[in-house]
Design a protein around this ligand. Structure first.
Ligand code: FES
Length: 192
């Protein structure tokens, strides 16, 4: 995890048993995908293994992320409720690719703007893409800046996502999920 990327984390939601079960299920889902598919272990396990005790803390509540700490062309990976979260600071070229895609050709049609949440000004900031970093096929963690569409590539079974995290090719049925989040300022978001 990059230094200084998460400015704070809050655990302000009580844990019901259902929530814990859900987290465990999510974790098992990711882990099972990693074990079941050839090549998956090298993708999913390093992320999970890095979490250690922090996983327990980050698995609950909400987290705050300072977007300004993510350099252009860089990506922050963190964990929220047991799920990997990607924050990508997209380049102008990546934004143009995302915005100029004919979504009629996408398996899960969504404009780039529909995948962004407005900031305090009421406008979306296309620089920052925030999403759950889990392949919608069997739950592996895709690799960034890879694949036929310069976005993310899931090597487990070959799914290609574009620079908006939309599925474009391969067996995954859906775009990578956008988590619930809100802007606390122009550059700080709260996920969860
Ligand atoms: S888990 Fe099958 S392509 Fe990603």
């Amino acid at each position: 995890m990059g230094k200084g990327l998460i400015v704070s984390e809050t655990v302000n939601e009580p844990h019901g048993e259902g929530a814990v079960d859900g987290e465990k299920r999510d974790f098992i889902f990711i882990a099972t995908g990693a074990v079941a598919a050839l090549g998956a272990a090298s993708v999913a396990w390093p992320l999970v293994a890095q979490m250690g005790k922090a996983a327990d803390t980050l698995a609950a509540g909400s987290i705050e992320i300072d977007l300004s700490a993510v350099e252009e062309g860089g990506q922050l990976k963190t964990l929220w409720r047991g799920k990997p979260v990607f924050v990508r600071h997209r380049t102008a070229e990546e934004i143009a690719q995302a915005e100029n895609t004919d979504i009629a050709n996408c398996p899960d049609p969504q404009t780039d703007a529909e995948r962004l949440i407005p900031g305090p000004s009421g406008q979306v900031n296309p620089k920052y893409l925030v999403m759950i970093g889990v392949c919608t096929h069997f739950g592996c963690v895709p690799v960034g800046e890879a694949g036929d569409f310069d976005g993310w590539y899931c090597p487990c079974h070959g799914s290609h996502y574009d620079t908006s995290g939309r599925i474009r090719k391969g067996p995954a049925p859906k775009n990578m999920e956008i988590p619930p989040y809100e802007y606390l300022s122009d550059t700080v978001i709260k996920v969860g």
